[in-house]
Design a protein around this ligand. Structure first.
Ligand SMILES: [Zn+2]
Length: 347
């Protein structure tokens, strides 16, 4: 990088990215991404890489901003393939830029942080989200963008809602974007917004590990990586919310459509037969969660995310679930299949 000040900011951004990536309340698995604009180049997290590895690995890819923005403006499908805009001479690892690169390019500020913050998602799945935000974010320059598939559709949704001065975006059924001129200011804004959106999670009892272990038997299923993941099955309200369908895109990508909840008396074999396939995760109400033996680190991270999100949702709120068509477009999405492949290899 030619400019010393830009290089210093990129180093600061990598450090902040790693710390964001280590906080499961801010981002999970390969989700979330960060960027820095340096002249006419956007340095953005690579698709399929994990923010928590931002210091240990080179995960930032350079992208030419102007042609990408032109493609978004012209609704050119090329904008959905940001790798076409990567500056290959500077892209030593030949990584693909994040599928959310257009979100970062559209924000005029130098530094953009996009997180799948559980405080934000828990509000962003409520049908009354905008009214809740108006109460909590009074005084900030924020905009709410209703759910669109990440990539070009989301970029167009943002372009329609963006006004001069907006530096906070709440993405329906998805997450949070904050932007600022420096890494330090972006971090401060991130902390401020997540603080304003924070709600205490409902407390739950411990999982019934003895009962879950008995259910595991010889099924090949296992306990989740994080004990926190069980709450989605233990808390009746969380379990009810989970059973209603998919609440945000990365859930569909890593765990499949919706959640599978065991019915009274069902064991793993019964559930698998009823579903016609072995689900990545099974929720046993009141007991806890089991993960399929071959489920990867991304699936574990997303199963815990479901517990963290649903524990914060208002129990009387009406929820917006992804529609059948929205689920299908995520499952059949080429860019996501690439990200999944990398995630499985490097997670
Ligand atoms: Zn996202």
């Amino acid at each position: 990088m030619a400019n010393y000040a830009d290089a210093q900011e990129l180093a600061a951004l990598r450090s902040l990215s790693a710390s964001i990536g280590r906080d499961p309340h801010l981002t999970q698995a390969a989700g979330g991404n960060t960027s820095l604009k340096a002249g006419d180049t956007l340095w953005i997290k690579a698709s399929g890489t994990w923010l928590k590895n931002a210091l240990a690995e080179d995960i930032m890819v350079p992208v030419a901003i102007a042609p990408l923005l032109k493609a978004v403006e012209q609704r050119d499908p090329a904008a959905d393939q940001p790798q076409a805009f990567a500056i290959e001479a500077l892209n030593a690892r030949k990584l693909r830029p994040s599928i959310e690169t257009t979100v970062h390019a559209l924000m005029p500020q130098r530094v953009v942080l996009h997180v799948h913050c559980v405080e934000t998602i828990s509000l962003a799945v409520q049908a009354d989200c905008e009214a809740q935000l108006a109460k909590r974010l009074d005084g900030l320059e924020w905009a709410y963008v209703a759910y669109r598939r990440p990539g070009l559709p989301l970029a167009q949704g943002i372009a329609e809602r963006l006004r001069p001065g907006v530096d906070v975006l709440i993405l329906g059924n998805h997450g949070l974007v904050v932007a600022a001129e420096t890494v330090a200011d972006a971090e401060a804004l991130l902390r401020r917004v997540t603080g304003l959106l924070a709600r205490p999670p409902r407390e739950v009892v411990e999982p019934n590990v003895a009962a879950l272990t008995a259910l595991i038997g010889r099924t090949g299923y296992r306990l989740p990586a994080d004990i926190e993941a069980h709450a989605a099955a233990i808390d009746p309200e969380s379990c009810r919310m989970a059973s209603g369908g998919s609440l945000y895109p990365d859930h569909v990508i890593f765990l499949g459509q919706g959640s599978v909840v065991a019915r009274s008396g069902e064991d793993v074999k019964c559930v698998t037969e009823r579903c016609g396939a072995a689900p990545a995760a099974i929720l046993f109400p009141g007991l806890g969660v089991l993960m399929r033996g071959d489920a990867g680190a991304g699936a574990d991270a997303m199963q815990r995310c479901l517990a963290d999100v649903t524990a914060r949702v208002d129990v009387v709120a009406k929820l917006n679930y992804l529609t059948a068509a929205e689920n299908d477009e995520l499952i059949n999405w080429d860019a996501e299949q690439y990200r999944q492949k990398l995630n499985a290899a490097g997670g």
